[in-house]
Design a binder for this molecule. Structure first.
Ligand code: NAD
Ligand code: UDX
Length: 504
């Protein structure tokens, strides 16, 4: 099989950037070029202020950039030079057209694939790094074989394999007869906030290929790249469709655990059980295990919801409505959890938020990242706005401009000034909490623990009774309530002022 000397990664985002930086770091003999159409993003990758915050990333990038790691907007040059190309572009949920709200928008994958087909002058191994619906590799293979073909519904129709050429059919013949493209699936399992350690010490690396000599040979070439630092027995090869589906399946199973524990948190609140104790007890069963059983205000992030909706769409397309309903419930439970927590805040604050100040601690979807995609904090702030509260947000890593973008209605211009009448951004947690009626912890940043923050100082600055709603179970409720706070924790029974209305 071919020994890879030059890699191009299309898409310099949360996945392409860290993944290919680590590949370069661990394989000094391979030239890695990460390309993107977004010039500002590439400029940031080439500067001292990287475009994403990820512990350990700065060190990896700084040790390799300019040596065998390059960031560029010249997509064509990147493709021309590479033996192997990662397609690591975004695959958001479609907002319009067939499958809107569920199916993945594969427009970016399609245009990157077309670009490869158009520009390449030598054989290429093309690797799906983006998370895609099952059988997308087949569509990609079709595109590189017939670059002038116009596929409008790549995502929606990716399961309709009848519409696509089968192996050996005439259409599969390359549009550029002397050039061969091999398509591999290599889904990424890193989680944000721990991306570098996930990449350094992966549980497994998954490579899907066609079960043909060429397919197996391409998979072996990619396996060699990972073997630069990953043990061979952790590099798993399998068929393309299993590999694609495994990515959606892994995310669905992880998110399902969170929705399951969050469903149980509602029972805890109503009965006097404590969700942390229930998680602990269940997690000790080695068949269940302790991870991903932390109750929360809801899961966020760019992957879980998108990938489950994708699985729901796939199930529906395959005429499996019961399967679709099963997975959809994971997302519905997550929405319910955010609504339920908001209702608890309103109810404890004497059934009205009008004119009250709420300090929101944390806007990122989890700690150790500045990423806010699908962050539960966005939903909560929007609920608080509807209740006419004033909201002051503090997050250690989220840019102010990002908050305004997240809170704006899509398509509405100049809305920021309207939002600013109700929402402000604080420079630190003390400023956010000053004069507030309640603190709502949305992100589990260590900075918010009672061992780090001076909650006595915060208490003194707040209106009384001063409430803390811990949506992440990070506070020692006993210690904080000794200061005087009314502490309400997700998955634990309510401690304050139960109104008769609650029993109706
Ligand atoms: P992202 O939005 O951060 O980055 C994607 C980048 O691709 C953008 O910078 C965009 O400008 C660029 N791009 C789009 N089309 C392009 C084109 N034709 N040519 C050149 N550049 C192009 O997205 P991300 O979070 O890195 O996710 C990428 C993929 O990886 C998605 O499919 C996602 O589901 C998957 N994934 C994400 C994570 C995660 O934690 N974020 C984890 C595993 C898998
Ligand atoms: C996830 C997958 O973990 C990763 O393998 C995949 O490649 C991309 O999607 P990510 O979204 O970055 O990673 O973070 P993750 O740690 O999975 O957290 C997702 C959300 O679930 C966060 O909002 C987090 O706070 C929440 N969560 C996680 C819980 O509420 N409880 C838990 O026990 C774990």
């Amino acid at each position: 099989h071919v020994t890879i000397k030059s890699i191009c990664c299309i898409g310099a985002g949360y996945v392409g950037g860290p993944t290919c930086a680590v590949i370069a770091h661990k394989n000094p003999h391979i030239k890695v070029t990460i390309v993107d159409l977004n010039a500002a993003r590439i400029a940031a990758w080439n500067s001292d202020e990287l475009p994403i915050y990820e512990p350990g990333l700065d060190e990896v990038v700084k040790s390799t950039r300019g040596k065998n790691l390059f960031f560029s907007t010249d997509v064509d040059a990147g493709i021309l030079e590479a033996d192997l190309i990662f397609v690591s572009v975004n695959t958001p949920t479609k907002i319009k057209g067939i499958g809107a709200g569920f199916a993945a928008d594969l427009g970016y994958v399609e245009s990157a694939t077309r670009k490869i087909a158009e520009v390449a002058k030598s054989d290429k191994i093309v690797v799906e790094k983006s998370t895609v619906p099952c059988r997308t590799a087949q569509s990609m293979r079709y595109i590189v074989s017939t670059p002038n073909l116009f596929l409008t519904h790549l995502g929606s129709f990716s399961t309709n394999t009848d519409a696509l050429p089968t192996r050996g059919s005439q259409l599969e013949a390359n549009a550029k007869p002397d050039i061969h493209f091999d398509i591999l699936s290599n889904p990424e399992f890193l989680a944000e906030g721990t991306a570098i350690s996930d990449l350094f010490y992966p549980d497994r690396v998954l490579i899907g290929s066609l079960d043909t000599e060429r397919g197996r040979s391409a998979a072996a070439s990619l396996a060699d790249v990972y073997a630069g630092w990953v043990a061979r027995d952790q590099i798993i090869t399998m068929n393309l469709w299993s590999s694609e589906l495994s990515k959606l399946a892994a995310n669905a199973l992880l998110a399902q655990r969170i929705s399951s524990i969050n469903a149980l948190s509602a029972i805890c609140e109503a009965t006097g059980a404590d969700i942390d104790e229930v998680s602990y007890a269940c997690g000790l069963d080695t068949r269940i295990g302790p991870k991903f059983l932390k109750a929360s205000v809801g899961f966020g992030g760019s992957c879980f919801q998108k990938d489950i909706l994708n699985l729901v769409y796939l199930s529906e397309s395959l005429h499996l409505p019961e399967v679709a309903t099963y997975w959809k419930q994971v997302v519905e439970m997550n929405e319910y959890q955010k609504r339920r927590f908001t209702n608890r805040v309103i109810s404890c604050l004497f059934n009205t938020l009008t004119g009250k100040k709420i300090a929101v601690f944390g806007f990122a979807f989890k700690k150790d990242t500045g990423d806010t995609r699908e962050s539960p904090a966005i939903t909560l702030v929007n609920y608080f706005r509807e209740e006419k509260a004033y909201i002051s947000i503090y997050d250690p890593k989220v840019e102010e401009s990002q908050v305004w973008m997240d809170l704006a209605e899509p398509g509405v211009v100049d809305e920021t000034e309207v939002i600013k009448k109700q929402v402000s951004i604080a420079a630190d947690p003390y400023e956010a909490a000053a004069g507030a009626d309640a603190i709502v912890i949305c992100t589990e940043w260590n900075d918010f623990r009672e061992t780090v923050l001076d909650y006595e100082r915060i208490y003194a600055s707040m209106k009384k009774p001063a409430f803390i709603f811990d949506g992440r179970l990070i506070l020692d409720a006993k210690k904080v309530s000794e200061i005087g706070f009314k502490v309400e924790t997700i998955g634990r029974p309510r401690t304050t002022f139960v109104q008769s209305k609650d029993f109706e």
